[in-house]
Ligand binder design. Structure first.
Ligand SMILES: Nc1nc2c(ncn2[C@@H]2O[C@H](COP(=O)(O)OP(=O)(O)OP(=O)(O)O)[C@@H](O)[C@H]2O)c(=O)[nH]1
Length: 568
């Protein structure tokens, strides 16, 4: 049976019992009222019958006194009895509860009438005939016999009514006891039913509380799981975004900037650094740091980090201890170092610190491990791409950029110049009589000269300048944000540095000079091709004028070029 049904049944039982208890006093009251009426009736009858007996006795006494004395005054009680007896009898008739009692009363009435006739006869005899006949009549015993019979009748009636009263008293007592017992049983039943209902209700409420508590717990767990999944999804989206940005990175340095900007969001609450091997692979350079780890060492050796030594993640916590890496500060904070490995090759290390690494944070540590794995792969791809690109744009002999790269950069820089309104200059440089060098010292000698001149160019240009080998012994230097005057000065400085340089080859000292044509944008040309052409023309002029010199391109209005005097 369901709990609700049980409660309804119990409530019905309680209502029934309480209804019984409520109407019980009414039933008892009715029974008591009946009993009391009967009691009062019996008492009245008893009293009236005693009254009747008294009246008869008074009448008899009055008769005797009159007979003995002849004094009428003795007859006063007799007259009273004559008057009162009908009244009492009438009252008795009214009190008779049933036909049996009425029949018995009629017997008493007949006996009373007979007795009163006897008394009246004796009085009459005394009045008419004197004492002797009256005394003889009395002595005849009729009156006495009648009186005895009446007494017996009335006594037996009184006894019967006394018994009836006793009976009614017992009945009253019994009704009262039954009522008390019924009330007690009803109350106890109510108490038991209520106790049962309360126990069941308490149990059900406890079960409901427990079920509610479990439901709340389950809801909380679901909510925290949802939040965790949502956080993980956010992290996964961000990490995918990071990987995409890394795919678009054009250099390791740019990749490092990208990593540094993403890691605070990907590893919230932690700080740390990203170390990558330098080109010579003897040191690791700090390429990025986040979350206040800017004070960490710029350079570390592989031996400074246990993760790099072992080739696997290394965790040190305050709780469980562990070997601290040498590159870690003296703060003694929790630290996790992870080697960045790709295809078995260690390319660097990710070192993170913070409370999020302590015991019980397995998820966090697993996430960092996953991130380090992806970072290793992505950074290795960046390096690979950079290297491939380098190979495609670098001239293998001189390590200068090639013509392809120059075209690309020149287009970009001209656009920037247009945007910024800054001038841009181009130097076209050609070694003088290079054929002779080849002829005199062999092709290797010529190559050594080319390498040396390339080195001079690299050493003497700004980091924003771009030096390229256009082919053969012709080289170009692009000077962004540089006007014609500065360009001419720097061209001449280059020329002098080339001329001053000694080139040792095969134990012999080689010497080379260069001619340089200089043009500026937008002063000498309004397009890329026109600018190169203007610088080429200036170079041609330099060759024509005797070589080892710098010639400025002619302004657009002029057709020729202007030689720059030596030493200018
Ligand atoms: N060693 C070497 N020589 C090269 C290379 N590329 C081109 N050359 C040579 O460079 C020489 C260029 O000679 P030319 O174009 O006649 O000019 P030049 O001798 O420098 O004379 P001017 O330019 O007029 O001063 C040729 O002999 C080419 O074979 C190279 O990669 N290495």
């Amino acid at each position: 049976m369901k709990f609700e049904t049980k409660i309804k049944v119990a409530a019905g039982a309680i209502i029934l019992v309480m209804f019984t208890v409520a109407i019980l006093p009414l039933l008892v009251k009715r029974q008591v009222a009946v009993a009391i009426t009967e009691l009062s009736n019996a008492s009245n009858i008893e009293r009236l019958e005693l009254n009747l007996l008294d009246l008869l006795l008074d009448a008899e006494t009055a008769q005797r006194g009159f007979v003995l004395t002849g004094d009428e005054r003795f007859l006063a009680p007799y007259h009273t009895a004559v008057n009162r007896i009908p009244v009492v009898q009438h009252a008795l008739r009214k009190e008779m509860p049933g036909p049996a009692e009425t029949t018995r009363l009629e017997a008493i009435e007949r006996a009373t009438a007979a007795k009163m006739l006897t008394v009246a006869r004796a009085i009459e005899l005394r009045r008419g005939q004197g004492l002797a006949p009256a005394a003889a009549f009395i002595a005849g015993g009729t009156g006495k016999a009648q009186m005895d019979a009446l007494r017996t009748l009335i006594d037996s009636e009184i006894e019967r009514y006394a018994a009836r009263r006793a009976d009614l008293g017992e009945r009253l007592q019994s009704v009262s006891n039954s009522a008390a017992n019924a009330s007690l049983v009803a109350t106890l039943t109510n108490i038991l039913v209520l106790a049962g209902v309360l126990t069941a209700a308490t149990r059900v409420l406890r079960q409901r509380d427990l079920a509610e508590h479990r439901a709340n717990q389950a809801a909380q767990e679901t909510q925290s799981t949802n939040e965790r999944i949502s956080r993980q999804n956010t992290l996964l989206f961000r990490s995918a975004d990071l990987m995409h940005s890394l795919e678009l990175s054009e250099s390791s340095d740019e990749a490092a900037v990208v990593v540094a900007s993403y890691l605070p969001q990907l590893l919230p609450g932690l700080s740390g650094s990203l170390y990558l091997y330098n080109n010579s692979r003897d040191l690791l350079e700090r390429k990025a740091s986040w979350g206040g780890a800017a004070g960490e060492p710029e350079l570390i050796e592989a031996g400074d980090c246990w993760a790099l030594r072992r080739g696997s993640p290394h965790l040190v916590t305050r709780q469980s201890g562990g070997l601290a890496c040498r590159h870690a500060g003296a703060g003694g904070e929790d630290r996790l170092c992870l080697p960045l490995v790709t295809q078995g090759d260690v390319i660097g290390c990710l070192s993170a610190t913070g409370a999020g690494l302590s015991e019980g944070k397995d998820d966090q540590r697993a996430w960092i491990g996953q991130l380090a794995e992806q970072l290793g792969l992505a950074l290795s791809n960046v390096r690979l791409r950079v290297s491939l690109r380098q190979q495609s744009v670098i001239d293998p002999l001189t390590q200068l950029y090639n013509r392809r790269y120059m075209d690309e950069v020149l287009r970009r820089e001209l656009a920037r110049s247009d945007r910024n309104g800054e001038p841009l200059s181009l130097l076209v440089l050609d070694l003088d009589h290079f054929k002779r060098i080849n002829d005199s010292y062999g092709h290797e000698g010529g190559d050594a000269v080319l390498r040396k001149v390339a080195q001079v160019l690299r050493d003497n240009v700004r980091s924003c300048d771009v030096a390229c080998r256009m082919g053969g012994e012709e080289m170009v230097v692009l000077l962004p944000n540089c006007g014609i005057d500065d360009a001419l000065k720097r061209a001449d400085a280059l020329r002098r540095a080339i001329a001053a340089g000694d080139i040792l080859h095969d134990g012999r000292r080689l010497h080379a000079t260069a001619s340089i044509g200089v043009a500026a944008y937008p002063l000498h040309a309004r397009s890329m091709q026109a600018l190169v052409h203007a610088a080429d023309l200036a170079l041609y002029q330099a060759k024509h004028q005797g070589r080892d010199r710098v010639v400025r391109a002619a302004d657009e209005a002029d057709a020729g070029a202007t030689a720059v005097p030596h030493g200018s």
